[in-house]
Write a protein that binds this ligand. Sequence first.
Ligand SMILES: [Zn+2]
Length: 295
Amino acid sequence: MAWFKRVEKGIVTPTEHKKETPDGLWHKCPECKTVISTAEHRQQLFTCAKCNHHDRINSQEYFEVLFDGNEFEELDENLSSSDPLNFVDTKAYPDRIVATQRKTHLKDAVRTAHGKINGLDLVVACMDFNFIGGSMGSVVGEKISRAIDYARTHRIPFLMISKSGGARMMEAGYSLMQMAKTSAKLALLSEEAIPYISLLTDPTTGGVTASFAMLGDFNISEPGALIGFAGPRVIKETIGKDLPKGFQSAEFVLEHGFLDFIVHRKELKERLTNLITMLQAENQPKASARKTAAK
Ligand SMILES: [Zn+2]
């Protein structure tokens, strides 16, 4: 049965003749396992052409998807967190911040910017999940609040892209205060009739869902995103019942009236452009009517 055995022994291929596939050349869809080149995956805006799965992307990619020619002015880019509670878990909080900053090249879990989409001015705040789970601490709250103020000063529509595990436990009560702060700023934005669109991406949970993410003039989402307040296990234990299928998916949340629509990432820019154009046209007469009333 010689053909089952390696007859010739000691075949040695010199290292320079060994063929290796470079890392990161291929992407495998985590949902349907389809393999495509990373270049193609990028072209598809990190979505799967076969099963529609949307991979998680960060602020860098969203800014690239949305802003014309990837041109934008970043706001408050150097805000960084302090350690009000001297918090230590497996690591001291300041050490964790520094390590995460070094790893992600981000300052905190949100980036805010002003740019143009299809020629329309837009202020965008986009969360980064790879920065301590996109958790909302004082820097996230402050940057979002300042971005809203910027939108108010310049009368520019505001888009929030949420992607978060909720409040940052290392800042405890300070994190929770950000819910009230951002919500109050959004109320001012609304009073001044400036459009606010909230895009919920995978995952949007906890204090983020319970504050700014659900306060948009339009609350929209990407397909398949996990959207909820508490995790399914906690809810199951609390109500003592099994949860329905698809619970906390964007589709489920849409069906139950908490979202206005779900948008494919490839259509995001166009849909946002239409929405902003519509909202601005809608708000124009109201704003002038108020002025007349004030006179
Ligand atoms: Zn797929």
